[in-house]
Write a protein that binds this ligand. Sequence first.
Ligand code: PMV
Length: 337
Amino acid sequence: MKETAWKSPSNIALIKYWGKYDVQIPANPSVSFTLSSSATSTRLKYRTGKGAVKVFLNGEETPAFIPKIQLFLERTRALFPFSQQMDFEVHTSNSFPHSSGIASSASGMSALALCMMSVKKELGLNIEDFFQEASNAARLGSGSGSRSVYGPLAAWGKHAEIEGSHDEFAVPFADVADIFKTFQDTILLIDKGEKTVSSSLGHGLMNNHPYASSRFAQAHENQSRLLTAMLDADLESFGEIVESEALTLHGMMMTSMPYFILMKPNTLEVIQRIWSFREATNHPVYFTLDAGANVHVLYPESHKEVIMRFIDTELRTFCKDSSYLCDQVGLGPTPLF
Ligand code: PMV
């Protein structure tokens, strides 16, 4: 078999994508920090065949992942028409523990999309923009995965102030003050269990959501405000918008029908303590949440020592097994071949 391999990072949204229509078209634009350490490495082996798929996670055959990969191959058929005449082996591993509650779909789907692009290139097929097509393909596997293809930030979904922004692929975004290009993200692992409600189910509940249209309009506005704040290195406004986006995301979950809550008591404990610490010390430390209980603690690199001391003395005790992951803004995927 021939093979190709990519390592692709996870990302954390600052403006949240929550709600979609058609096949993975976002209901509102989003923008994210690309992460550095949290990543998926995927080796794709391929040969002429009939579309058979095998998946290996950490070296162990894992048939449970096959339907996801097959759906990805079906949805990306226009981009990768050769996939039906090939057999594939997907060998994948994550830098973060499987049980950490960190979603691997963005890093996993973007790594796979990049591998498929490398196969396409190897076959000599026409490629206009390698990473744009990879982002488009990743989107079809995992919406947020479209943003993992670029660093230090990426924007996905049409937005009036981001030139070239598009609903079908993310665009790289670096029009921010330098302080944001090395921002730290310490991920507090509050709950390592499987999510009780998947994000695809959650997205679906935005379809008949009573606040959907105002939420989608708000995301556009928040994105405009965030872009200005990041360009001006206005940390206070950055924090205000990012925290509001996180709580709005969870607010949408709580006001869906059926309603659900993914935060845990310790999520709220940690948020309160970040607020108290900020109030008392004026250090620029903020939080965001993804679709789960874990808390992403965001702060500039220049404050790393003091914030890490705060995390170790005050926040760590609220983490499952006292565990957290140290990450920071990264530059995007790397080929492994
Ligand atoms: O890409 P999905 O379908 O797993 O959805 C991701 C949704 C959030 O993580 C909550 C927000 C985002 O923009 O990443």
